[in-house]
Design a protein around this ligand. Structure first.
Ligand code: BTN
Length: 262
């Protein structure tokens, strides 16, 4: 098996995806998805998939290690007409992490998969997937969900600063994984959870999210702008905000970046 091959005809047969674009090499699938989202006639969900990115982006100013063998794609999603599409989107950020965690757990049997708030997926104590959710002005209110999963891009070859903090599916079990199979599994779980979110709301998924929460019970440092908040994580509230027991008492945070957890 090639480490970086995709079965495009199989992907085109997916019930979930209404439009598929594949790039051998692109700067960032999220940037391309934002351009596509500006087209009113775009059938959604649309999938932009790449074998390689030359300027893969992470949250904030982070970059994403984007070599062939990694699974990198962006989805353009549209809320259902007459439903609370955009209102559900803070929930969707968390639900996307849950769905991908479930898909990867079915693929990599040798590790425990969990979600680090809001939606990084971890295999044991290392990051294996990052999600970048954006809704730029030109996207017509649509949501862009960028996903990077380390699949066959072994961290033995990664930049030194990443080697101790991240991992890939192939590093967990010393096997190559079928990128198309991993992608289809992820799309299936996203579809299921996205429908559930739209029909039942985020609260119906909160308990399931809590079962895969990496941070609950741990001491966390959360950076919010210039402020560092330290506390024991007690989970998430009904809106998906992170709950911390800090020296000031129980506090909730809707945004921020986890800079450390013990
Ligand atoms: C993060 O962990 O900070 C988010 C990483 C998201 C990376 C993916 S790879 C596909 C898509 N295109 C990008 O430029 N970024 C996302």
């Amino acid at each position: 098996m090639r480490t970086d091959d995709f079965d495009l005809p199989l992907l085109r047969g997916s019930q979930f995806i209404q439009h598929l674009e594949f790039h051998e090499s692109i700067s960032s699938t999220n940037d391309r998805a934002a351009m596509l989202a500006a087209e009113e006639s775009l059938p959604c969900p649309a999938l932009v998939l790449a074998r390689e990115q030359t300027a893969g982006r992470g949250r904030g100013s982070n970059r994403w290690w984007s070599i062939p063998g990694s699974l990198m794609f962006s989805l353009v999603l549209q809320g259902q007409p007459n439903q609370q599409g955009p209102a559900q989107w803070p929930g969707f950020s968390l639900v996307a992490g849950l769905a991908i965690c479930e898909a990867l757990a079915a693929e990599g049997k040798t590790a425990t998969f969990s979600v680090k708030w809001p939606n990084d997926v971890y295999a044991d104590e290392r990051k294996i997937c990052g999600i970048l959710i954006e809704s730029p002005a030109q996207a017509r209110g649509r949501l862009i969900v960028g996903v990077g999963v380390n699949v066959n891009n072994s961290f033995a070859e990664a930049p030194a600063e990443l080697q101790s903090t991240a991992t890939a599916l192939c590093d967990l079990d010393d096997q190559l994984h079928d990128l198309t199979g991993v992608l289809l599994r992820i799309l299936k779980r996203l579809d299921v959870r996205w429908l559930q979110l739209q029909s039942d709301g985020f609260d119906s998924l909160r308990e399931e999210w809590s079962h895969v929460s990496l941070l609950t019970g741990r001491t966390v440092q959360l950076q919010v702008g210039p402020h560092l908040h330290v506390g024991r994580c007690t989970g998430i509230d009904e809106s998906g905000a992170l709950k911390l027991q800090t020296e000031h008492g129980a506090e909730t945070f809707h945004a921020g970046s986890i800079v450390r957890f013990d």
